[in-house]
Design a protein around this ligand. Structure first.
Ligand SMILES: [Zn+2]
Length: 98
């Protein structure tokens, strides 16, 4: 987060995809619907495959940043979902990051 230059190229690329489309609404962001943690766009358990691809791509140059982000999501989800085991949580939020 304090690395200079990390965001510039990535942000530009991210913005480019938004420009080519129309308005990017919430339904296209594949965000988590909390506290159920289902994807708002496709209804899959979040992070859904699409969101994983987006995150993986966005953090391609900063894998540790991705792990830190997903770790914080895992902690929040574990408090909100309830009916899920620690192993499932780990696989869902961190198992795909490497
Ligand atoms: Zn989705």
């Amino acid at each position: 987060m304090h690395q200079p230059g990390r965001g510039a190229g990535r942000a530009g690329r991210f913005g480019g995809s938004a420009i080519s489309g129309t308005v990017v609404g919430v339904s296209r962001l594949h965000a988590a619907d909390r506290p159920s943690w289902q994807c708002k766009a496709c209804g899959e358990p979040w992070p859904c495959p699409t969101r994983r691809d987006q995150l993986f791509d966005h953090y391609a140059q900063d894998p540790l940043g991705l792990i830190a982000l997903m770790s914080s999501y895992l902690a929040e989800a574990s408090a909100e979902i309830g009916d899920i085991t620690g192993t499932d949580l780990y696989q869902r939020f961190l198992g795909w990051t490497r």
